[in-house]
Design a protein around this ligand. Structure first.
Ligand code: AMP
Length: 187
């Protein structure tokens, strides 16, 4: 199954994406994790993207698209987490999947208010010490989500593959709803 999870930072999409990948034996493809790993390794890519991540802005589309192309080649199924984030990335993904005669089966939209997302991100600053979670970057990332990423919900809704998930609940309750949805989609 090829799944995309959309949701603002702090919606819990990373946590849910990991669980879905583990439960269904598919790849968890998180561009944020991949970029942070490159930074930790001190690779050329890492050095290039570190200032961008620290500011909460978006890494250039071409760079991300190449990263994804390599990452999903040969994977039987995947859950995309953090990509696509712009309309141009969504178009590139469509093209990439079409070339391989594949498609997205479902887009899960994790719905969480900005207030709840902000609270959760601020809590994460303490817990994980992520350098890109500060009040300013949180604001930047929320704005970017609404402007650049939210339009993707309509784009995929027009394809009839979006399912909304209530994200303001405990992790297990959210995961159960996702499981029910995926069982419906697979049937
Ligand atoms: P995330 O862990 O998904 O919140 O990603 C952390 C940071 O990585 C973002 O704030 C961006 O700077 C960068 N990033 C991750 N995914 C993408 C993407 N698809 N396009 C552009 N930048 C991205």
């Amino acid at each position: 199954m090829n799944i995309l999870i959309l949701g603002v930072q702090g919606s819990g999409k990373g946590t849910q994406a990991k669980r879905v990948a583990a439960e269904y034996g598919i790849a968890h493809v998180s561009t944020g994790d991949m970029l942070r790993a490159a930074i930790a390794q001190g690779s050329e890519l890492g050095r290039r993207v570190q200032p961008i991540l620290d500011s909460g802005r978006l890494v250039p589309d071409e760079l991300i698209v190449d990263l994804i192309r390599e990452r999903i080649a040969g994977e039987q199924g995947f859950v995309l987490d953090g990509f696509p984030r712009t309309m141009s990335q969504a178009a590139a993904l469509d093209e990439m999947l079409r070339e391989e005669a594949r498609e997205l089966d479902v887009v899960l939209e994790l719905q969480v208010s900005d207030e709840v997302a902000t609270e959760r991100m601020l809590a994460r600053v303490e817990a994980e010490g992520r350098t890109d979670d500060t009040p300013e970057t949180i604001r930047t990332r929320l704005e970017l989500y609404h402007r650049e990423t939210e339009p993707l919900v309509e784009y995929y809704r027009a394809k009839g593959i979006v399912v909304g998930i209530h994200g303001e609940r405990p992790v297990d309750a959210v995961f159960s709803e996702i499981q029910e949805t995926l069982e419906r989609v697979a049937a």
